[in-house]
Design a protein around this ligand. Structure first.
Ligand code: MG
Length: 376
């Protein structure tokens, strides 16, 4: 028994948001299309993918394994027909036609479709409608409708290969789906149980929901940072982006903003991406005297690129002098502005060390910080 998967990925739908059609968007590290193709790998012997003719570069870059890649046509019917015709002559007994936009199709749905094809010319998953159905006009309910016998159709829609090829070649659409084409040709189609998680990605909410259904839920990262700079001659210190008058200055290769360095390292730490010294080596003269917002902005950009938002930052400055209290809200505002966050997500606080140790003796300032990063 030769079973083929025919993955239809020729649509241009960009309702899911972003510049790319939905099948090329990222779903937890792989494209939607790659996940749809992979779902069939264990169940079929041949995989054919119908692509939009403009998408070959995307295909080449994606590294997805398929036996056949076929250019689609102007309509879904034409694309399916092109795929079926490319599979003709390869000894295919059964074909499972699947929308690339349903990446979470389960093994049990695929197996049920294949099993039902023992007794039927076609079989497809569907869910009975359970919500009440209304008619409505201009935002007002005008009537109710019985939901008895109504189903929400899904894919893969499976068929005996020769029968569905003949159906697509002889019928004139447009058809809502391949079951409609099959029925127009007189084929019987069994309904097998569909699954809520076999959703079709249409809008941005669907992409987010698909990500959640994959069972990872939220990706929450916590990072910490610690930094120390020693006092030297001078008349001010930079702390959390604020210039504070003092009878000494902090020494360091950059502006020695010990608080901002700890916050920056907390973000790098949450990402598992090293520390400031690694990204901005002190041996590199271009960072001499650098304003520390460059470092913090870099760490925030790395987090954003990886899909994380920064949920909160908590920074503690440890020193006897200067007094931090009068500058606390300015520091919160400065960090918030650099990070592009609301000020209530930033905490800056201070403690002395009871005159103990190097901070107690006024030899320098230490800072510790924590950052929480979230990807949903
Ligand atoms: Mg430092």
């Amino acid at each position: 028994m030769q079973i083929a998967a025919l993955i239809v990925a020729a649509g241009r739908g960009t309702r899911a948001g972003g510049a790319l059609p939905k099948q090329w968007q990222d779903l937890r590290g792989q494209t939607v299309l790659a996940r749809s193709v992979a779902a069939f790998a264990e169940h079929t012997q041949i995989t054919a993918v119908v692509l939009h003719p403009d998408d070959h570069d995307l295909w080449d870059a994606a590294g997805i394994a398929a036996d056949l890649v076929v250019d689609g046509g102007a309509t879904r019917d034409a694309s399916v027909r092109a795929g079926l015709e490319a599979l003709a002559g390869r000894g295919v007994d059964l074909v499972l036609i699947h929308d690339a936009a349903r990446p979470l199709v389960s093994a049990s749905v695929i197996r049920d479709v294949i099993a039902a094809l023992e007794d039927h010319q076609g079989a497809a998953p569907a869910l009975a409608v359970t919500d009440a159905l209304w008619t409505g006009v201009a935002g007002t309910v005008t009537g109710t409708q019985s939901r008895d016998g109504l189903f929400r159709a899904q894919t893969p829609q499976g068929f005996h290969f020769d029968a569905i090829l003949a159906a697509h070649q002889s019928a004139t659409g447009p058809f809502a789906d391949d079951v409609a084409a099959a029925r127009a040709a007189g084929l019987d189609v069994a309904i097998v149980p569909g699954a809520e998680e076999n959703l079709k990605i249409t809008g941005p909410d669907d992409l987010a929901r698909a990500g959640q259904l994959m069972g990872h839920g939220m990706d929450i990262r916590l990072g910490n940072g610690y930094d120390v700079h020693r006092f030297g001659p001078g008349d001010h210190v930079w702390l959390c982006g604020v210039q504070v008058p003092h009878d000494r200055s902090l020494q360091g290769h950059s502006d020695a903003d010990v608080g901002m360095h700890a916050v920056t390292d907390a973000i790098y730490g949450a990402l598992g991406m090293g520390d400031i010294g690694q990204h901005f080596p002190p041996s590199d003269p271009q960072w001499k005297g650098a304003a520390s917002h460059i470092f913090l902005e870099h760490a925030v950009a790395l987090a954003t690129e990886r899909g994380f938002s920064i949920s909160n930052v908590d920074c503690t400055l440890i020193c006897e002098f200067p007094k931090i209290g009068p500058h606390q809200s300015a520091m919160k505002a400065a960090i918030a502005q650099i990070m592009g966050l609301e000020a209530d997500r930033i905490s800056v606080k201070a403690t002395t060390s009871e005159r103990l140790g190097f901070t107690g003796r006024g030899e320098g300032i230490a800072s510790i910080a924590t950052a929480t990063l979230v990807k949903s």
